[in-house]
Design a protein around this ligand. Structure first.
Ligand SMILES: [Zn+2]
Length: 99
């Protein structure tokens, strides 16, 4: 009987298909948004360290976001690690696009 084996695998299967395809796509959309400055008006940066929301130009963002880390799956609220334009510290921030 293979019943017990299937029961063991069950908890793993529902999660992995949902998480895996989201990872590369999430990163790509984030990077492509950063690399297309012309059409965008401004980028908002919500800082988890000082609590402020900064509005910067996409070009400024490129300078602040190198190097940066984006973990959309691990960090839900503030998934990007980069220098905050408001307090100048490296902290977890959330990027937004203001049109
Ligand atoms: Zn800050």
């Amino acid at each position: 009987m293979s019943g017990p084996d299937f029961d063991r695998l069950r908890p793993r299967t529902p999660k992995s298909p949902a998480v895996r395809p989201a990872d590369p796509q999430g990163r790509r959309s984030l990077y492509s948004a950063v690399e297309q400055p012309p059409a965008l008006g401004a980028v908002t940066v919500d800082c988890s360290s000082c609590g402020r929301t900064s509005v910067i130009t996409p070009r400024r963002l490129l300078g602040l976001a190198t190097p940066s880390v984006h973990l959309p799956l691990v960090k839900r609220g503030h998934p990007s690690w980069m220098r905050c334009p408001s307090c100048g510290r490296r902290s977890w921030v959330r990027l937004g696009i203001r049109l």
